[in-house]
Design a protein around this ligand. Sequence first.
Ligand SMILES: *Cc1c(COP(=O)(O)O)cnc(C)c1O
Length: 429
Amino acid sequence: MTNKELMDEDLKHIFHPCSQMKDYEKLPLIPIKKGKASYIEDFEENVYLDCISSWWVNIFGHSNDYINQKINEQLQDLEHVIFAGFTHKPAITLAKRLVDLTPEPLQKIFFADNGSSAIEISLKMAFQYFKNKGESRPLFVSLQNSYHGETMGALAVSDTGLYKDIYNDILIKALHAKTPSLHDEDEAIEDMRRVLKENEGKVSSVVIEPLIQCAGGMLMYDASYITKLRAVCDEFGVFLIADEIAVGFGRTGTMFAIEQANITPDFLCLSKGITGGYMPLSVVMFTDDIYNAFYCDYNEGKSFLDSHSYTGNTIACAVANAVLDIFEKDNVIEENKKKSKLIREKTQRFKTLDNVLEVRQRGMVCAIELKKLDSNRRINLEIFQEALSKGVYIRPLGNTIYFMPPYCFTDEELNKMIDVTYEIVESII
Ligand SMILES: *Cc1c(COP(=O)(O)O)cnc(C)c1O
């Protein structure tokens, strides 16, 4: 079948995510037949360099031999089992490994199956923790320009008008403090202090995306903000939720972004890279203190009764263990330092272009923000199409082109990604 035939079949029935379906009249869907390492290939033998790790999940590229082998092994024994009342080895192993990799106070793990659910779980637990102690704290605080997912609770703590405003009437109450990625760090901290002070005793948690506000345009800020925020949360007795769904697993140069701030959050949410793009899985990690607030006789009514059908899926956990194996055996964090350096050096020349506003980078994320053009022009789609015709897949967010390549990119592939993009940006009029 050709690309076109498959697209026509698709469009008869499928409503795609994050899409205005009418756009596909002009901007064809691309049916993908296979993927290997850094490349994906369509049904007409066009290959595309996947510079955004397929929405930030395929951290080791596509069809990794080691992960494939581990899935096959797991398939011989068990694919899935109910996770209430039952358990399995891949989950037990994974829990222990994640606890060992994260700050010591994070000793407990709740499994779910996507990032938004992990956020919902952390918000629910934070609220119920205080409820179980006889307090009602119905408010949540997040940062301006934040993104935490699309389910109602996750959307409520997000501040991305585009995805959220339509639903404002039906969302839980969240407050947004100034973000350090758009304001001076101390000003942002003071604003957080103001919000917490004005709502003292009513806020259960503050939720942030450490170091990079990804969906909000790859805006970046320094670890020192997180260190200061930890102290402010302690001062007001509210929980700090670190949403590392996008930045966890090596993206910012350390295994987890919070390491750079040298703090422990009360909740740590992980997903995306956790299975290298193979299976939906997420986890929420938290402290013994939080765990103990739910631990009692059933009739006391303090249980946390959240559940998802695919919670702790066995294959997903086996894949996550394979991902952690690769981090160890291939010394990924160290290898990424060399790749980040190459990206940094090679992207400097974007700064010389008149239409570039800023180039920013944290580890394996690099963003090139263009100056504003005519607001009716959908420059992101133009750039996407132009790059695609040259065999490079990027998916700019508004005016911001960004790279989030899989960690398997070779130097040659990194060069191609940057050179092709440079040519395009240079030629934009
Ligand atoms: C993607 C993302 C989410 C939501 O995860 P889903 O699996 O898409 O529901 C939440 N927070 C951040 C920071 C994300 O990047």
